[in-house]
Ligand binder design. Structure first.
Ligand code: NAD
Length: 479
């Protein structure tokens, strides 16, 4: 069975303990490779390699750092098919999605920051008696920890700005989906990334991840994952005054008004509900519909959901593949049971899907639509992170706003209306880091990305990310 390796100091290495964890193919429910179960010693080795590399990488001209990063971007693009197959196998997502979204975006993350760093400038402040300018220096060795839902996409979204800004990185992908991060280490070697600039250690969150967060000399942590993990990380990092970027969970509302562009809205809301099996932090899981079109919208929505095909990720005709793991599937099913106990009516789905042949043991679930629950129940307040949405109706814009904001989370929302004044009013009042108007998951990599409330602290993307990964020093010169 294939054994993945850590990438430390430019070399592919076995974990020092010799221990491994099983890696599952969720589409077949079978172990297909082994992941290093890295511990404190591996993290320390990675830290030392990064610390050594920092001396030269931090003073390497931005243009040269950009050139190497662009080579990595090109190699990802060249190996798109291989990487997309690996991502789909590891995660259970449709191959089509991995080839059209995940892997192209991983390449773009590298090329975006490879060029971005060459346009990055710092501030200067003039006054009558002094001129101040800001030096933006790389921080040093930083830690990047990412989740399983968009594995290479989110892993590179952190690593690329960190490297572009001149930092060296100790990174850990999710132990649930480690394969493309492992393949990336090989591409970094091929691209000539100097040893130690990027180190990838594989392992469990509470072991290897915890060691990265607790390491006294790793000065910043960029984390994407669950809210409770984020809170745990913040507790460890705060007394050490580490810089922290936390991109956490969500319970995102989708606001559908009677004046929406109906056909387009129905199609896009289905996508926003079930893309990647509903396992995107930005998916809209609470659909709020204006009462006057509630029945019409519900019927049109259900008609499209009924046509959503669930099946083997390598089947080009499927819309949804397998959920990422047995544990996660069971968690999602337990929420469907909870919804029933809370009085919810299942309008569609709610059951496992049996896919024939070699995929019979895979973790497939129907897209599930529930109505009849109010905003205060657990189904409507806790993050499920699967193919489950609820429908609620509202009578007025004020009520829609109140329902939308009635959550501890504040990541993303989408508003469907042709009334531009309404859309602007709502954008001002919705407590979310991202407000999409008549679109969903339309991304411009320059924009601030992240959430408020329990959805996190800080923003990624564009200059925000480069500012996070640099330490400002103000220099004041008396005139
Ligand atoms: P998770 O919090 O379980 O794990 C995320 C990463 O953290 C993994 O690499 C894991 O190994 C590591 N980890 C776990 N415990 C740790 C610890 N004690 N110390 C250090 N690292 C630790 O999350 P997940 O289940 O992989 O991902 C799903 C969650 O991620 C959902 O809540 C989803 O909303 C969120 N998410 C947020 C965004 C965003 O941009 N806001 C994007 C994608 C996913």
């Amino acid at each position: 069975m294939q054994k993945l390796e850590n990438y430390i100091g430019g070399k592919l290495l076995a974990p020092l303990s010799g221990n491994y964890i099983d890696n599952y193919d969720p589409s077949r429910g079978k172990v297909y490779s082994l992941i290093p179960r890295s511990a404190k010693e591996d993290v320390q080795l990675a830290y030392e390699a990064a610390e050594t590399a920092f001396k030269t990488w931090s003073t390497t001209p931005a243009s040269e750092r950009g050139r190497i990063m662009q080579t990595i971007a090109d190699l990802i693009q060249e190996r798109l098919d291989e990487l997309a197959e690996a991502e789909s196998l590891d995660n259970g997502k449709p191959l089509k999605l991995a080839s059209h979204v995940d892997i192209p975006r991983a390449s773009q993350n590298f090329s975006f920051f490879a060029t971005g760093i060459q346009h990055f400038s710092s501030e200067s402040h003039n006054s009558e008696n002094a001129i101040n300018f800001t030096l933006r220096k790389p921080i040093g060795v930083v830690g990047c920890i990412s989740p399983w839902n968009l594995p290479l996409y989110l892993f590179t979204w952190k690593i690329a700005p960190a490297l572009a800004a001149g930092n060296c990185v100790v990174a850990k992908p999710s132990e649930v989906t480690p394969m493309t991060a492992y393949l990336l280490s090989k591409l970094c070697i091929e691209a000539g990334l100097p040893p130690g600039v990027l180190n990838i250690v594989h392992g469990l969150g509470h072991e290897c991840g915890n060691e990265i967060v607790s390491h006294p000399k790793i000065k910043a942590i960029s984390f994407t994952g669950g809210t409770s993990t984020g809170a745990h990380i913040a507790k460890i990092a705060a007394p050490m005054f580490k810089k922290l970027s936390l991109e956490l969970g969500g319970k995102n509302p989708t606001l559908v008004f009677a004046d929406c562009d109906f056909e387009d809205t129905v199609s896009q809301v289905v996508r926003a509900s079930f893309a990647n099996q509903g396992q995107i932090c930005l998916c809209g899981s609470r659909i709020l519909i204006e009462e006057s079109i509630y029945d019409k919208f519900k019927e049109a929505f259900l008609e499209k959901v009924r046509k959503t095909k669930v099946g083997a990720p390598n089947d080009p005709t499927v819309h949804m593949g397998a959920l990422v793991s047995k544990d996660h599937m069971e968690k999602v099913i337990s929420y469907i049971e909870l919804a029933k106990e809370e009085g919810g009516v299942i309008l569609h789905g709610g059951n496992r899907v049996n896919v024939e042949g070699e995929f019979a043991e895979g973790y497939y679930l129907e897209p599930t639509v529930i109505e009849g629950l109010d905003q205060n129940c657990r189904t409507n307040t806790e993050e499920i992170f699967g193919p489950v949405v609820t429908l609620q109706k509202f009578k007025s814009e004020e009520k829609a706003l109140q329902l939308a904001n009635a959550t501890e989370y504040g990541l993303a929302t989408s508003v469907w209306t042709t009334n531009i004044k309404r859309s602007q009013r709502l954008a001002q009042q919705l407590d979310f880091g991202i407000v999409w108007i008549n679109c969903w998951l339309l991304r411009d990599l320059r924009t601030p990305f992240g959430g408020m409330k329990n959805s996190g602290v800080g923003r990624e993307g564009g200059w925000e990310a480069l500012k996070f990964f640099t330490e400002p020093t103000n220099v004041c010169i008396k005139l």
